[in-house]
Design a protein around this ligand. Structure first.
Ligand code: HDD
Length: 681
């Protein structure tokens, strides 16, 4: 077999397992060549099927078992392969092998997911997104099982089943699918005050990401880095997209129900086009002796470490550069586990993390089987030898008699590895106290960071959060549930609670409101990165469009890494002046105003009523979603007719500078100055 030169270690390991059926002869799983795959073996041409037909039996019986249980949470997910490159050695704080040498590239696999829905649910619902990364390091697998929000709902793993029971479809009528807008979820949230901070995050637009490429990842928990001298630091892990964090708005998210695969389609096509998603891997580090100096407990997963207090250090780059060959074999069978750590990384006593350490390996055994770590996607790239044996669907053939330790028959091998030679050693942290079921004092402050989050939001973000609460609580049938949640919000901020209460028909009680004045600008999406790269422009062309001018603008945009998509009445070709012909990629039927980040209206002498009506319809939606609109001068009357000419983010092509000007407008992405009543209420 010829090896592709750019295959990394993990891809080389996967290669022998990849089977390409193209141009091959058909056989049964036992290798018998199949002469007829159309007709089962029957007694006569109308007769009953004979049970001796081993081809039909095998095919049907295998089909009957094609599904495995979906994940209890994060069932819908999408994976891609990639690599991690370190910027500079972190040997001062950790001995983790993959964080030592900037020249070393570490292969990785990412699985993005949404928490609530079943495997087939719509991808743009309001939900937390999973951002799990398996780093295949030379010293074993390190899994960062992260989400796109830096905090979590609860503080103790024993409450996880309750949280999930409340958020999944209600058990009697089994709706809604994959979303939070229902009574049991908001009953849980209102009844469990530790969820308050998270409630604000999930009502922000973070819970309706625009794409996996524009999503942050957070390890949430405090972990430890441990260096060669045995010195430990507390660490939180972050993943920051180089395109910035961008989200949908609620109206788009709902309408995008028209494309249940919106996020996976975006990831797959961008990787296929060579627009490899890039993220910076970052850490926040706290010295051991700083454990108790903050006004929050660093073990509490409902609290973040404000970046102004604990700065973020960018330590390397993650690039996703290869789609999977088979979504089931790779993505569905991938088994992530926050307990998969490598030497140089260790756990903290965060009680949520401690519980997770049990649950993930347990669920993988139930879902994939006891030998799930031997499935190609889950195998480490370093050697694995131990005395574990057998179990369902064992792949490895262990030679020899000895499967126990200690022994003399095999020279006491596989041998333990002394710590000085790379053996894992648990950080010897001091543990003391009574055995008791209790919550630490600072864990009980449920409102300070929720208020800090609210303080950090821009006016637009606040409006969206209020709107989201209005929709979510408004969807709850029980007024007691709505009231209890508003009571909770009143403790964060009356400015938030009052408009929400009004929208959902309840009142704001006289309760003590948080007095926290601190804000943390890093959490506001207004402070993210804004670039034009890979943004899609729908270019509306009709026959007779100005050929060379359009060609030249398309070239400028492609050079600026924008992605123009030609849209017209029908697929095929559209003909411009000067003999220019362009391929139509989407018709008004197959395209959608929801799928372009901006539009450019050109038209042409051949534009008919259908073209004008469709262009108008698309532009109307794009305008209400605050996105850029460009148009040739000849089209001004249409914009005037729609009363949007001269409005923010609407640019008329007046001179040769248009291509560049529109690129800048695209990079801004949304023009919030447009009135918001256009999409809410
Ligand atoms: Fe979890 C899956 C993230 C708390 C139990 N979780 C799962 C996935 C992500 C997270 C991204 C999908 C993994 C994949 O792509 O296969 N979970 C989190 C985060 C948490 C968290 C960031 C808190 C900070 N989870 C949590 C708790 C428990 C679980 C407290 C149980 C005690 N999570 C699971 C699970 C899942 C899972 C049931 C379902 C499928 C799987 O593990 O592989 O074990």
């Amino acid at each position: 077999m010829t090896e592709h030169p750019s295959l990394n270690k993990k891809q080389k390991q996967l290669e022998p397992f990849i089977r390409d059926t193209f141009n091959q002869e058909m056989s049964s799983n036992e290798g018998i060549k199949i002469a007829d795959d159309e007709n089962s073996l029957k007694a006569g041409d109308r007769g009953p099927t004979l049970i001796e037909d081993f081809f039909a039996r095998e095919k049907l019986a295998h089909f009957d078992r094609e599904r495995i249980p979906e994940r209890v949470v994060h069932a819908r997910g999408y994976g891609a392969h990639g690599e991690f490159e370190l910027y500079k050695s972190l040997s001062e704080v950790t001995m983790a092998d993959f964080l030592q040498d900037p020249a070393k590239k570490t292969p990785l696999f990412v699985r993005f997911s949404q928490v609530i829905g079943s495997r087939g649910c719509n991808e743009t619902v309001r939900d937390v997104r999973g951002f799990s990364i398996k780093f295949y390091t030379d010293e074993g697998n390190f899994d960062l099982v992260a989400i796109n929000i830096p905090v979590f709902f609860i503080q103790d793993a024993i409450k996880f089943p309750d949280l999930i029971h409340s958020v999944k479809s209600e058990p009697d009528n089994e709706y809604p699918q994959g979303q939070t807008a229902h009574d049991t979820f908001w009953d849980f949230m209102g009844s469990n005050p530790e969820t308050t901070h998270m409630a604000l995050w999930i009502m922000s637009d973070r819970a309706i990401p625009k794409s996996f490429r524009t999503m942050e990842g957070f390890g949430v928990h405090t972990f430890r880095f441990v260096n060669k001298e045995g010195i430990s630091h507390f660490v939180k892990f972050h993943v920051k997209p180089l395109l910035g964090v961008h989200t949908l708005i609620w109206d788009e998210a709902q309408k995008l129900g028209e494309d249940a695969d919106f996020h996976r389609r975006d990831l797959w096509t961008n990787i296929e086009m060579g627009n490899y998603p890039e993220y910076e891997f970052a850490v926040q580090i706290i010295r051991e002796d700083q454990e108790f100096i903050f006004d929050f407990d660093i073990l509490d997963p409902t609290k973040l470490w404000p970046e102004e207090i604990v700065p973020l250090q960018k330590i390397g780059k993650i690039t996703l550069n290869r789609n999977v060959d088979n979504a089931f074999s790779e993505t569905e069978q991938s088994a992530l586990h926050p307990g998969n750590i490598v030497r140089g990384i260790d756990f903290s006593n965060d009680p949520l993390l401690q519980g997770r350490l049990f649950s993930y390996s347990d669920t993988q055994k139930a879902r994939v089987g006891v030998n799930y770590q031997q499935i190609p996607i889950n195998r480490p790239v370093c050697p694995v030898f131990n005395n574990q044996r057998d179990g369902a669907s064992r792949y490895v053939i262990d030679r020899g008699k000895v499967s126990y330790h200690n022994n003399i028959l095999a020279d006491n091998t596989p041998s333990e590895v002394p710590v000085k030679d790379g053996g894992f050693v648990t950080y010897p942290s001091t543990v003391q106290g009574m055995k008791e079921r209790k919550t630490a004092p600072l864990f009980k402050d449920h409102y300070s960071q929720a208020r800090m989050f609210w303080n950090s939001m821009s006016a637009v973000e606040r409006e969206h959060i209020i709107g989201a609460f209005g929709f979510e609580l408004g969807s709850c049938l029980s007024s007691a549930v709505r009231q209890q949640m508003v009571n909770r919000l009143a403790r964060v901020s009356r400015e938030l609670a009052e408009p929400v209460a009004k929208k959902v028909g309840v009142t704001v009680p006289e309760v003590e409101e948080s007095t926290v004045t601190r804000s943390t600008p890093a959490v506001s999406l207004m402070n993210t990165i804004f670039v034009a790269d890979t943004l899609k422009i729908g270019v509306f062309l009709a026959d007779g469009f100005p050929g060379h001018e359009v060609e030249s603008i398309l070239k400028q945009w492609k050079d600026a890494k924008l992605h123009p998509v030609i849209v017209s009445n029908n697929l095929g070709e559209v003909s411009g002046t000067g003999g220019v012909k362009l391929k139509v990629e989407q018709s008004f039927l197959t395209g959608s105003p929801l799928k372009y980040d901006g539009v450019y209206l050109v038209g042409g002498t051949g534009a008919d009523d259908y073209f004008h009506n469709q262009a108008r319809k698309f532009i109307g939606v794009v305008y209400t979603h605050f996105k850029p609109i460009g148009a040739r001068k000849e089209c001004i009357s249409l914009l005037e007719d729609m009363d949007i000419n001269g409005k923010p983010g609407v640019v008329i092509e007046e001179d040769a500078q248009f291509g560049r000007k529109f690129t800048e407008v695209m990079a801004k992405q949304r023009f919030w100055e447009r009135p918001s009543y256009l999409y809410y209420v």
